[in-house]
Write a protein that binds this ligand. Sequence first.
Ligand code: SF4
Length: 319
Amino acid sequence: MSALPFTLAGWPADAGARAVEREKARATRVNARQDSAEGEQGAAGRVSPSPAGRRGGAAAKGESRLAMVRRARRTYRALGEVYYYAHPELDFEDPFQLLVATVLSAQTTDLRVNQTTPKLFAAYPTPEDLAAADPSVLEELIRPTGFFRNKARSLIGLSTALRDRFDGEVPGRLEDLVTLPGVGRKTAHVVLGNAFGRPGITVDTHFQRLVRRWKWTEQEDPVKIEAEVAEIFPRKDWTTLSHRVIFHGRRICHSRKPACGACPIAHLCPSFGEGETDPEKARKLLKYEMGGQPGQRLKPPADYPGRPAPPLGTPADGA
Ligand code: SF4
């Protein structure tokens, strides 16, 4: 295993708390300077300068819009140092496989999908094959991903649509993708961003939770969250941003017990302390390569510093 850039063992015991204090003092100084500058140019020249006319976005208590935008961008860069290997966690070799895998990933882990798709793609390599599948055979193949009857219906429906309306090809436009059965905006962005190189923000459950903890937005509706976060970052960063945020949500900033005491971006987070702050206890909450466990992909990218996921049904899988 190659070394992680952020070695958890080397993260000082009270580093999170000390960094938070340092950041608060720094932010107070910077805020005072920036508040006057904000009136002149807005955040990076892209956001409304006046508080009343401000675009969306939450900001932490006492923090200006400009300071929040800068903190968000620093967070993005800091996450990039920690998760330099951030990537889509579904195994796929072409847009069709990614589309199918993303539909299957609803209400389950990417790990379970990756353990399921090798047999599925071997049996049905093209949309034409999958459109002609026997539903009961398909259901059995995808059963480990849960909700398999609905998912089988979606897969046959979207494959039929690809065959009949798109010449058997996955379309590379949002407006076309969302017309496919079982394909919403989130799935479409995953496919566009990772199979077509068209930047998009993937607002899944992790993304929603983290950007609200970071006070980048107060919105709860995924489309509004997407719109507000899109105002903070340049378009070219949207897909990578999604990967970094989702990686952090899966590994450290968990829903019920965020591992604040082992969090490398604690100094940038207004919600530090929402989870476990004791460094030793926090470290035990880390997941995947951060916790010394296998990752989600059976075939991870070459720069992934952890171990590949085990195939379904092997002793290491524990299924
Ligand atoms: S809530 Fe805790 S774990 Fe999540 S980003 Fe903030 S400090 Fe890190």
